[in-house]
Write a protein that binds this ligand. Structure first.
Ligand code: TRP
Length: 469
């Protein structure tokens, strides 16, 4: 039935920890460092952290084990997996995933290029870079070069294959990332006003918890865990039957949440230090990372500021790199399996394509008025950039849709019985356990309903200006 010669030569993870680090590397990314801390501060501090944890375990964890199980059973890329399980008609879900991966990577790589660029500038002693953010991101030649470099690094790792490329890089990058982030947190805590920063970040305020906050937490958790586009179907396809999927998924989730949480411990003391403890007017997103924080580094003085700043942006670049690797691996694996293209050629070809698709995004932060004011959605009068549009389509819309289709497939087409059978491999005691029932209920009811709601609300809100909250 299946005569592709690649099946026997497909790579595989060398060790359990290798798989966990690679999947955690995919999860830990720009999202953790620039989105999560601010959502916490905005959404009621400790109260948000609790809600986020519930979202992770109720919505994301069941989707994660499902993706890994589908991949491991099928032993195929995100598209071919559906066919290998006997459902050719469902290949479109994988194709949606591959498309999402290419689109997400095209803009994600631009932000990664900013981070890498900041690292290089700060390491070279240019410690006032933060105040030049606006000019920096419109310097398209420079950003283009950093973006090309980042893509070369990503494609280099993916070309190396599963164990000697992705696994090896993750084993180096993830522990380094952990050491850097802990070092920076410890340093940040010694600065004046650190306590005010922590208070702003963590004191629970349940009055700030609205439905909108819960909806944001759901979406953020889903993106952060790299779900909904078959990244974990792909990574799962290289996993041995001996490994315990449930346990691995729990470790991946905990690592992701742990690092996102730690990023906040790093960020807010620095902001408090910069503002002498005044946390009334803290901005989030790109401004926080690329303007406010560099301001804090600048106020540490040239030598120390450049050192701490360079270290921070090295951290951000590492976090982004293990994520771009997983984003590139999804289409690469598809092209290798389905078209019999050698890995190296597939990885490089797709990287070039993604870079080209990313050029309008690169131009859309001020360099080209056309791409900067690209679309105005219904019911709004502020135009969005091309990069915003790609992000709204891929990460905000396609991922929940993909996740919805994956759980519906698993529960009603492939059937929970088969899911359980795969999960039980390497997990003695799973059959008949309360955990098995929990996963069945989530995959068949909780996840489709929540993902369906996220999808509909996001489309209404983003593209039609209809605000439900
Ligand atoms: N999880 C990454 C982040 O938080 C982004 C990411 C990498 C991703 N690979 C993915 C998101 C696959 C969805 C699917 O930055």
């Amino acid at each position: 039935m299946d005569a592709t010669p690649t099946t026997s030569t497909r790579g595989s993870w060398n060790s359990k920890i290798g798989f966990i680090l690679a999947a955690a590397g995919s999860a830990v990314g720009l999202g953790n460092i620039w989105k999560f801390p601010f959502e916490v501060a905005d959404g009621g501090g400790g109260a948000f952290v609790l809600i986020y944890l519930v979202c992770c375990f109720l919505l994301c964890f069941p989707v994660m084990v499902t993706e890994i199980a589908i991949g491991r059973r099928a032993h195929k890329n995100a598209v071919g997996a559906f066919e290998a399980l006997g459902y050719r008609n469902w290949r479109f879900v994988g194709l949606l995933g591959v498309t999402s991966g290419v689109l997400i990577l095209s803009f994600y790589n631009v932000v990664a290029a900013w981070a890498l660029g900041y690292f290089v500038e700060l390491a070279g002693g240019h410690f006032s870079i933060g105040s030049e953010f606006g000019t920096f991101i419109t310097d398209v030649v420079k950003i283009g070069l950093y973006a090309a470099l980042f893509m070369v690094l990503t494609a280099g790792i993916v070309s190396g294959g599963i164990s000697s490329g992705i696994e090896r890089a993750s084993k180096l990058l993830m522990p380094t990332l952990l050491v850097i982030i802990l070092g920076l947190v410890l340093y940040g805590l010694t600065l004046p006003h650190a306590a005010e920063g922590l208070r702003f970040y963590l004191i629970p305020d349940f009055s700030e918890v609205t439905l909108e906050v819960v909806y944001n937490a759901l979406g953020q958790a889903f993106f952060s865990l790299s779900l909904g586009m078959g990244a974990l179907i792909t990574y799962g396809s290289y996993l041995s039957k001996r490994e315990n999927i449930i346990e691995s998924a729990a470790l991946i989730t905990l690592t992701d949440v742990g690092i996102a949480f730690t990023a906040g411990l790093l960020m807010f003391p620095l902001v408090a230090f910069l503002n002498a403890g005044d946390m009334t007017d803290v901005q989030g997103g790109a401004g926080l990372i690329f303007v406010t924080l560099p301001g804090a580094f600048e106020s540490m003085g040239p030598g120390l500021g450049a050192f701490v700043g360079a270290t921070f942006f090295l951290l951000l670049s590492f976090a982004a790199l293990t994520s771009t690797v997983s984003l590139l691996e999804v289409p690469t694996s598809f092209v290798i399996d389905e078209f019999n293209v050698p890995r190296r050629r597939a990885a490089i070809g797709i990287a070039v394509l993604v870079f080209l698709i990313g050029i309008p995004s690169l131009l859309s932060n001020g360099a080209s008025p056309f791409f900067t004011n690209f679309v105005t959605y219904f019911g709004s009068d502020t135009p969005n950039t091309f990069m915003d549009l790609v992000e709204h389509l891929s990460s905000d819309t396609f991922l929940p849709l993909g996740g919805f289709l994956i759980v519906v497939f698993a529960a009603y087409v492939w059937k929970t019985e088969n899911l359980s059978e795969e999960l039980a491999q390497g997990a003695p005691g799973f059959r008949g356990s309360a955990l098995e029932r929990f996963i069945h209920v989530c995959v068949a009811y909780v996840c489709p309903v929540l993902l369906g709601i996220i999808f509909v609300l996001t489309v209404l809100n983003r593209f039609f200006g209809v605000s439900v909250f």
